[in-house]
Design a protein around this ligand. Structure first.
Ligand code: SF4
Length: 210
């Protein structure tokens, strides 16, 4: 980041020390560190993943944005790029990976399938969007999105991180339940979201009463 971007506006730093002195906030420094070193989890689900791989190659070169360090372990990653169709069978594995990632962590839904089910939305085996389970930060439209679209989406994520505040980000809220934790769904004949148990019970009671 250039000194002009790091320094807060309205602080008049004398011309002769402008290259060595910056007046900034902790938030700005923190956000700059996070947004400039987003490490994606090495993880692909379907055809969109091919475009994700292409975006990492020399032609598009995501290294320019500090995002080239794809991590094979969720414990070293801070961004999960959901690239492809989310099947009910795969979902528990995705949730497990997400829960194993340290905070701060971000979720990007790449393509129509991850964003809302895509062409397979009505499929008996498909989850109609990863946002039914994970807090998505950025959605990237397309089937598949091009590498350029993926990069544009990731730049949007950087812009979102730029606006974070240490006091408000969800992972530093003391005394509250971990808001990032997503309980593992149960895969039976269908997918059961344990957060909706009450809803299921009420529906079953209505059915029995009918
Ligand atoms: S959005 Fe299109 S390209 Fe991407 S995984 Fe779904 S079907 Fe494949």
């Amino acid at each position: 980041m250039e000194n002009e971007q790091l320094s807060l506006p309205n602080y008049n730093i004398p011309e002769d020390i402008r290259d060595v002195v910056a007046v900034t906030t902790l938030d700005r420094l923190y956000n700059w560190g996070r947004r400039s070193s987003l490490w994606p989890l090495t993880f692909g689900l379907a055809c969109c993943a091919i475009e994700m791989i292409a975006a990492q190659m020399a032609r598009y070169d995501m290294a320019r944005f500090g995002m080239e360090v794809m991590r094979p372990s969720p414990r070293q990653a801070d961004m999960i790029l959901v690239s492809g169709t989310v099947t009910k069978k795969m979902l528990p594995a995705i949730i497990r990976l997400y829960n194993q990632m340290p905070e701060p962590k971000y979720v990007v839904a790449m393509g129509a399938c991850a964003s809302g089910g895509g062409p397979f939305k009505e499929g008996y085996n498909v989850v109609a969007g990863i946002d039914k389970f994970l807090p998505v930060d950025v959605y990237i439209p397309g089937c598949p999105p091009t590498p350029q679209a993926l990069i544009a989406g990731l730049i949007k994520l950087q812009e979102k991180i730029d606006k974070d505040s240490l006091k408000k980000v969800r992972w530093y809220q003391k005394g509250k339940e971990d808001p990032n934790y997503v309980p593992m769904p149960i895969l039976g004949p269908d997918l059961i979201d344990v957060r909706r148990n009450e809803e299921y019970k009420q529906a079953a009671a209505v059915k029995e009463g009918a």
